[in-house]
Write a protein that binds this ligand. Sequence first.
Ligand code: PBG
Length: 335
Amino acid sequence: MSVHPVAAFPEYRPRRLRSSAVLRRLVSETQLSAHNLVLPLFVRPGRRIRKPINAMPGVSQLSVDEALKEAAQAHKAGVAGVLLFGIPDAKDERASGAYAAKGIVQQAVRALKREFPELLVITDVCLCEYMSHGHCGIVQRGPRATTILNDPTLKLLARTAASHVEAGADIVAPSDMMDGRVRAIRQELDKQGYTDSPIMSYAAKFASAFYGPFREAAESAPQFGDRRSYQMDAGNAREALREVALDIQEGADMVMVKPALAYLDILYRVKAEFGYPTAAYAVSAEYSMVKAAGAQGWIDERAVTLESLLAMRRAGADILITYAATDVAGWLAKR
Ligand code: PBG
């Protein structure tokens, strides 16, 4: 895309196209629509449970019955889908809750698909919420260092993804960042006959302080160490493109950039370079910051939220994953 030098068009007056709302809409390049929105939900065992997450006002851990209510509202507002995270009753060092046929996510998927066949159900595929140590892979404690075992972890991830699809998930979204996981998941899904189930990979996932509130939400903070050996350095853009290229080679159908607002350059480059369906994940702290400042009256929560999401679309995002999805869909309908 090239932008013509203004000098070549001495008569061009940009303001001629801005004098009314109809005119501005006529020439608007980017739109926000509820069709692109995905709402993350945290599901936990039990009934009639709504456990508010302190750092994320308006977001709660929900038992399946309550998650259905939340999903009903989102669906009614026009939100395209939900992204499920599970908080199991028990954790261990094999993440067995992640791939249990009656695991919490598997139960939630079945209930959601039964109630709302048209609402897309996407599942986050990761082990950290199910591991007693909170890491995204199998941990080996050596005499000198603790390491995450990449390859043995792949089997568990593939098993987890297949169990989600078996329960009825429309899309699986691996967020663990182990090398080779998209291929492992694709092979397992194909082997089980789920050749048409798409994979949305968290392809460019940065090791980020913006995940802070999520760790409370998903009870998945690492008990030791951090995630820097498997998530990316904030300064690396070319590495992000390599990660995306790898995931696409391995069979990803959609790719994700995460966090979103602080990484719009990455979004732009990923979309420009690959042209794949691209998701932006406006992560927990992006939400919390806007909520906190909004509650103080320091910013206009609604305007800032809409502008941020529009910026993600402008940068190249097709899919917007945001904790504000239901509110946003409501605001858009009233505009
Ligand atoms: C699990 C996972 C995380 C997020 C999504 N999937 C946390 C992490 O990697 O520590 C973060 C989402 C958010 O902050 O909203 N691996």
